[in-house]
Design a protein around this ligand. Structure first.
Ligand SMILES: [Zn+2]
Length: 98
């Protein structure tokens, strides 16, 4: 797979994390060390989309699925989405019910 540049700041190269590999990398993660954005690789396809074309729900689902393998800095500080804010949302409705 050809390593791409970050679509936001054109930084190159990106950090590559491989989660699953057959003949090609099937599942993995690209991280831009300059702006902290992350891009999933899903079914061999790197999803290099600018922020306004990304779906928070899909991206967060993907992050949760791979969170054992995603570096902590991406889980807690990644852009444009990170898991931390989801955790807060999950606990607050429970407190309101009590
Ligand atoms: Zn970048």
């Amino acid at each position: 797979m050809e390593i791409l540049a970050c679509p936001i700041d054109k930084h190159y190269p990106l950090e590559l994390h491989v989660f699953e590999e057959k003949e090609e990398i099937t599942e993995g993660l690209l991280v831009c060390p300059q702006c902290d954005r992350w891009y999933p690789i899903s079914d061999e396809i790197p999803q290099m989309l600018p922020d306004d074309l990304r779906e928070a729900k899909d991206d967060l689902e993907w992050l949760r699925r791979w969170k054992e393998q995603v570096p902590d800095k991406v889980l807690t500080q990644g852009k444009p989405f990170k898991l931390e804010s989801q955790a807060i949302q999950r606990t607050s409705p429970r407190q309101e019910i009590v």
